[in-house]
Write a protein that binds this ligand. Structure first.
Ligand code: WT7
Length: 647
C-alpha cells in the first residue's frame, strides 16, 4: 500500500489543545537524549538520586540511572497515598461471574503491605524469585507489587499455560514461592488451577527442588478433591490476611531485577527476559503519561491484556499505577456471559482510554457493530492497539464504532524485550495512518536497514533495528548471557544494534509500517509462539516422526498455526481422532493458545538439499497460493503429494 492511497488522520484541534504531549518534546529529546531520559526519571521518587543517566560501557548490558535507588511499589502505591490521593480508586476489578471489587490506593497499600509482610515472614529475601500463576484476580497484582516491594524478582506465568510450561519456568528461575488460586473461571465455568501446580511441582524425586511454599488464593471454591501438601501449601486467607497492613519498604538499586518474563524465541526453549527497576519504571511511566495522554483527574484506563504477558505488566500494573491512574481490571473473556461484556464495562465505569489487541477488534467486527452500538461508549476519548500489525479496516472500524468517529488511535509497537512502548504516534501531536505505528517516541531511536545495515529507502522492506539503548530495555536472558548476545545483538554486531526480529518499511512520508516477524516466530492473537515449540510438542507424540509448523494468515487471529506431520512407520492414520490427539498434545505441552488451527498428515516434508524445511513453501500451500520457487527442493514432487492431501 502506498501512502498516497492511505488517508491520514491529523490530530483534532480539540484534542491537541489538551494533550500532554507537544511537538516540543520530540525536539527536546533530539537535542539531548540522555538529558531527556534523566528528566523522565524524575517522574519517579528516588530514595537515592542517580549519578549517571546511562552506562553503556559493558554493552549490550546497559545500566540506567546509575547509583540511583528506589522502591517500585512505593512509586506505584505509597506515594499517591502520601500525596493525599488514598481514596482514589486504583482498581475497578470485575470478575468473570460478575462479582466486583474496588480497591482504592489506601486499600491497595494495605494489601500490598500484608503480602510483603508474609513473604518476608517465610524468609524470602531480595533477589529471590517468585512464580505467579494466577488468573486476573486483584491478588495477582497485589502479589507482583509485594514482590517489587521486597526486591523479590517475580516471574508471572500465564494461567492458561500447561503444568509442563509452568515447571520449566519454575525450574529455570529456581523459584522459592509459587502463588496460585484454587481454580479459575473460564468462559463461565470454574476450572481447577492448583491441580496444574501440583502436577508441575511433582513429588518425591521428581519434585521441583527450589519450591518451598505454594500460596493459594481461594477463587472458585468448587474443587472437592483439592490436593493439599502439608507444610508446603498455605491459604492466602490464613497467612497474608493475618499480617499487619503496615510495611516499611527499603530502596533497591536502579538495576535490581524487577521481573523475569518468559517469551518464545526461534528455538523451542522459552527465554526468561530480565527487566530492571529504575529504567523499566521510568519508561513505562513516561509512555503511559504521553502515549495514553493520561490525566489523573478524569481518566479511567482499561488495558485488556492478561498479566501473563508483558502488556499486562507494563500497562496494567506498573505504568498506570506509577501514574496514580484509575483502571479497570477484568478477569474473564470478552464473551462471558455474552458479547456485550466489554461494552457494559466501558459504560459502567466510564472508561476513557481503551487499549486492546487487533485480534479482539476483528472479533468484535465479526460479532457485529449492533453490539457496541447498544451501549453508551461516549466516555471513550482515546484508543490503543498492541501486539500485532493492525489492518487498516480494523483500525477504521475501531475509530468509527468504538471511538465515536473521533478518538485518536495509538498503534503501539513494542516487545517483551523492549519492556515499554517504543514506536507509536503521540495523540494530539502525530498525524496517524491506519495500520502504521508512525514513528519512534521521543528518546527512542529506530532504523530500517538492509542485510548490510544500510538504511533502506522509502517503500523498501528492511529489518527493524533499535540503534540506541533505551531505559526499559531487557537486561539479559536469565542465566544465559551467550543466548542474549546471540539472539538480539549478533545480527548487526559490528554496529552494536538491537535486532527486533521484525520487518518494516517507511513510506514516502517517513511513517513507519511494521510488517511482522521475519524469523520463525508466529503471532497468534497477539501471542508469540515459536514454530519450534509447537513442532517439538507434536514430535513428542509417539505417532509422529517429523513435524513442520508455520503461521498462516488468519482473518481473525492475525496468524493461525498450521502443522504438517509425517507419521512414524506402521502408525495408522485414524483421521479426526489422530488430529484431535495431536491438538491435545500441543495443548497439554504448551497451552490451548498454541493448538494448531489445522494439522495435515503428509507423506513427506519439503526440504532443501541441506535438509532445511522450506517453510516458505508450506506457507504458500497453507495460504492457498501458487507455489513459489521450488528449485532448491530435493524432490519437488513432494508438494504434489502434500497438496493432494490438503484438497
Ligand atoms: C512482537 C512482540 C508488545 C506487547 C505485546 C506483544 C508484534 C507488537 C505491534 C504493533 C505490529 C506488533 C511484533 C513484535 N507487535 N506490537 N503495534 N504492530 N506488530 O509482545 O509477545 O513480545 O511480541 O509483537 O512482531 O516483535 P511480544
Amino acid at each position: 500500500m502506498s501512502s498516497t492511497t492511505v488517508q491520514a488522520y491529523p490530530p483534532s484541534e480539540e484534542f491537541a489543545a489538551q494533550a500532554n504531549a507537544s511537538a516540543e518534546i520530540y525536539a527536546r529529546a533530539d537535542a539531548d537524549r540522555l538529558e531527556f531520559w534523566a528528566e523522565q526519571a524524575r517522574r519517579l521518587d528516588w530514595a537515592t538520586d542517580f549519578t549517571d543517566t546511562l552506562d553503556w560501557s559493558d554493552a549490550p548490558f546497559a545500566k540506567w540511572f546509575v547509583g540511583g535507588k528506589l522502591n517500585v511499589s512505593v512509586n506505584c502505591v505509597d506515594r499517591h497515598v502520601a500525596a493525599g490521593k488514598g481514596d482514589r480508586v486504583a482498581i475497578h476489578w470485575v470478575g468473570e461471574p460478575g462479582d466486583t471489587r474496588d480497591l482504592t490506593y489506601s486499600q491497595l497499600l494495605a494489601e500490598v503491605s500484608k503480602a510483603a509482610n508474609y513473604f518476608a515472614s517465610i524468609g524470602l529475601e531480595a533477589g529471590d524469585r517468585v512464580a505467579i500463576y494466577m488468573p486476573m484476580v486483584p491478588e495477582a497484582l497485589i502479589s507482583m507489587l509485594a514482590c517489587a516491594r521486597l526486591g523479590l524478582t517475580h516471574s508471572v506465568v500465564f494461567a492458561g499455560f500447561s503444568s509442563g510450561a509452568l515447571r520449566s519456568r519454575v525450574d529455570d528461575a529456581e523459584a522459592k514461592l509459587v502463588i496460585t488460586t484454587d481454580g479459575q473461571y473460564r468462559r463461565g465455568e470454574p476450572a481447577p488451577l492448583k491441580t496444574h501446580v501440583d502436577e508441575a511441582l511433582g513429588t518425591g524425586v521428581d519434585a521441583a527442588k527450589s519450591v518451598e511454599k505454594v500460596l493459594v488464593v481461594r477463587r472458585t471454591d468448587h474443587d472437592p478433591d483439592l490436593n493439599w501438601v502439608e507444610g508446603r501449601d498455605v491459604w492466602w486467607e490464613d497467612t497474608v490476611d493475618q499480617q499487619s497492613d503496615v510495611h516499611e519498604p527499603e530502596a533497591f538499586d536502579s538495576e535490581h531485577p524487577l521481573f523475569l518474563l518468559y517469551t518464545s524465541g526461534t528455538t523451542g526453549k522459552p527465554k526468561g527476559i530480565v527487566h530492571s527497576s529504575g529504567g523499566y519504571l521510568t519508561q513505562v511511566s513516561y509512555t503511559f503519561h504521553y502515549v495514553f495522554d493520561h490525566k489523573e483527574s478524569r481518566d479511567v484506563f482499561w488495558c485488556g491484556a492478561d498479566i501473563g504477558w508483558v502488556t499486562g505488566h507494563s500497562y496494567l500494573v506498573y505504568g498506570p499505577l506509577s501514574n496514580g491512574a484509575t483502571e479497570v481490571v477484568y478477569e474473564g473473556t470478552p464473551n462471558s456471559p455474552n458479547e456485550h461484556r466489554h461494552f457494559e464495562i466501558i459504560e459502567k465505569y466510564g472508561v476513557t482510554i481503551y487499549y486492546i489487541a487487533p485480534t479482539l477488534i476483528r472479533t468484535f467486527m465479526k460479532w457485529g457493530q449492533q453490539i457496541p452500538e447498544a451501549h453508551d461508549l461516549s466516555s471513550i476519548r482515546l484508543l490503543g492497539s498492541v501486539g500485532e500489525p493492525i489492518n487498516p479496516e480494523a483500525w477504521k472500524w475501531f475509530r468509527q464504532v468504538i471511538g465515536g468517529g473521533k478518538a485518536p488511535i495509538v498503534d503501539t509497537w513494542w516487545q517483551t524485550e523492549t519492556g515499554a512502548i517504543m514506536i507509536s504516534p503521540l495523540p494530539g501531536v502525530t498525524e496517524t495512518k491506519p495500520g502504521s505505528a508512525m514513528k519512534p517516541l521521543p528518546g527512542i531511536s529506530a532504523n530500517i536497514v538492509d542485510d548490510a545495515g544500510k538504511p533502506v529507502s522509502a517503500g523498501e522492506q528492511g529489518y527493524l533495528v533499535l540503534d540506541q539503548p533505551w531505559p526499559a530495555m531487557l537486561r539479559g536472558i536469565w542465566g544465559d548471557e551467550e543466548r542474549f548476545r546471540e539472539t538480539y545483538w549478533s545480527r548487526f554486531a559490528d554496529q552494536g544494534w538491537y535486532f527486533a526480529g521484525d520487518g518494516a518499511r517507511y513510506d514516502e512520508d517517513h511513517a513507519l509500517w511494521v510488517l511482522g516477524r521475519v524469523d520463525d516466530v508466529m503471532n497468534v492473537s497477539g501471542h508469540r509462539i515459536s514454530t519450534a515449540e509447537v513442532e517439538s510438542a507434536l514430535v513428542g507424540h509417539s505417532g509422529v516422526a517429523e513435524a513442520a509448523v508455520i503461521g498462516a494468515a488468519d482473518e481473525t487471529t492475525g496468524q493461525g498455526i498450521v502443522a504438517f506431520v509425517i507419521l512414524r512407520e506402521g502408525v495408522e492414520n485414524t483421521g479426526d481422532e489422530l488430529i484431535a490427539e495431536l491438538r491435545q498434545q500441543v495443548s497439554v505441552e504448551i497451552s490451548p493458545i498454541a493448538k494448531p488451527r489445522e494439522i495435515n498428515v503428509v507423506p513427506e516434508l519439503p526440504k532443501t538439499r541441506s535438509g532445511k524445511i522450506m517453510r516458505r513453501l508450506l506457507k504458500d500451500v497453507a495460504e492457498g497460493r501458487e507455489l513459489g520457487d521450488t528449485s532448491t527442493l530435493v524432490d519437488p514432487a513432494v508438494f504434489e503429494a502434500i497438496r493432494a492431501k490438503k484438497a
